[in-house]
Design a binder for this molecule. Structure first.
Ligand SMILES: Nc1ncnc2c1ncn2[C@@H]1O[C@H](COP(=O)(O)OP(=O)(O)OP(=O)(O)O)[C@@H](O)[C@H]1O
Ligand SMILES: [Mg+2]
Length: 274
């Protein structure tokens, strides 16, 4: 049992209650998310997988406070139900695209959220500088995003997310664009960072191995309308090394998740041919 494992009793940090989101009206209406119930305990690392278009980013945008949920459900954060807009600023998030500003140096990209929050530029820069070596970016403070590799850009975006010190961190496919080797290295690195900074993380991915490797819990989203179809607690010991993916325990979890995910992907493929 890991030290980071949150107690299962007590108040969750965040609770999604019958959370839904419809876009558009009448015949053109798309039900992107429907009746999602889910909770995250403080310190927990939860991964969310599901086929493309299943509503993962929509769910993410509602939790980040960027998108209002439909009125029939809601979000409870630290024990309080949140009205639309209230979550903004309480949650730290990294959207599906890294959104680095090309005209800003790496250092000044890292401090964007701190500046928006009103911190003095000098203080924000000092705070960010202290993290550069932990994030594998020492010496790159003055470079511009186009001078970095894909993996480094992702680390800048992650550093920016961690610098905005909130209990809950949302990561939307942070390693989606990386090659397999870089990705595997980044996964282990992120788990170290998480263990060190003790945050609660909701991590979206397409990759089943990644979902199992990273998570205390894996939740699977169904094809549209997106809802949580299955979830499983991952009791693999921490810290996790890459070899854990070759153990029978890992394979057994993967087999169960694959069955659910494949059924959903097939449905979404057939649905798109109609
Ligand atoms: N602002 C919007 N207006 C209308 N429809 C939207 C909007 N945002 C998302 N949708 C629709 O909602 C559905 C879910 O989209 P979403 O981006 O949440 O999926 P996803 O699971 O994140 O997919 P992917 O894995 O490809 O990133 C899609 O059918 C999409 O077209
Ligand atoms: Mg998405």
């Amino acid at each position: 049992m890991s030290m980071m494992q949150a107690p299962q009793s007590g108040q969750p940090l965040i609770e999604l209650v019958n959370l839904s989101k419809r876009f558009g009206e009448g015949a053109n209406q798309v039900v992107a998310v429907k009746g999602v119930n889910m909770s995250l305990q403080k310190g927990e690392f939860v991964t969310l997988i599901g086929p493309s278009g299943s509503g993962k980013s929509t769910l993410f945008n509602m939790i980040a406070g960027l998108l209002a949920p439909d009125a029939d459900g809601g979000i409870v954060f630290a024990g309080r139900e949140q009205r639309h807009g209230e979550l903004l600023g309480k949650v730290s998030f990294m959207p599906q695209r890294d959104l680095l500003l090309p005209w800003r140096t790496v250092l000044d990209n890292a401090i964007v959220a701190l500046e928006v929050e009103g911190m003095r530029k000098k203080d924000a820069r000092d705070k960010a500088r202290a993290l550069f070596s932990e994030f594998g970016l020492a010496g790159f403070e003055g470079k511009y995003p186009h001078e970095l590799s894909g993996g480094m850009r992702q680390r800048v975006a992650l550093m920016r997310t961690f610098l905005f010190e909130r209990d809950l961190i949302l990561l939307d496919e942070p390693f989606g664009a990386l090659d397999a080797l870089t990705r595997s290295m980044m996964q282990r690195w992120l788990l170290d960072i998480w263990a060190h900074h003790k945050r609660t993380v909701l991590f979206i991915t397409h990759d089943i191995d990644e979902a199992i490797f990273m998570g205390d819990k894996v939740a699977v989203m169904s094809t549209r309308p997106g809802t949580i179809k299955y979830s499983e607690k991952i009791d693999l010991p921490r810290p996790r090394a890459a070899e854990i993916a070759t153990t029978p325990a890992f394979a057994a979890i993967k087999k169960r998740l694959l069955a659910v995910v494949e059924e959903e992907s097939l449905k979404s493929f057939e649905g798109s041919r109609k």
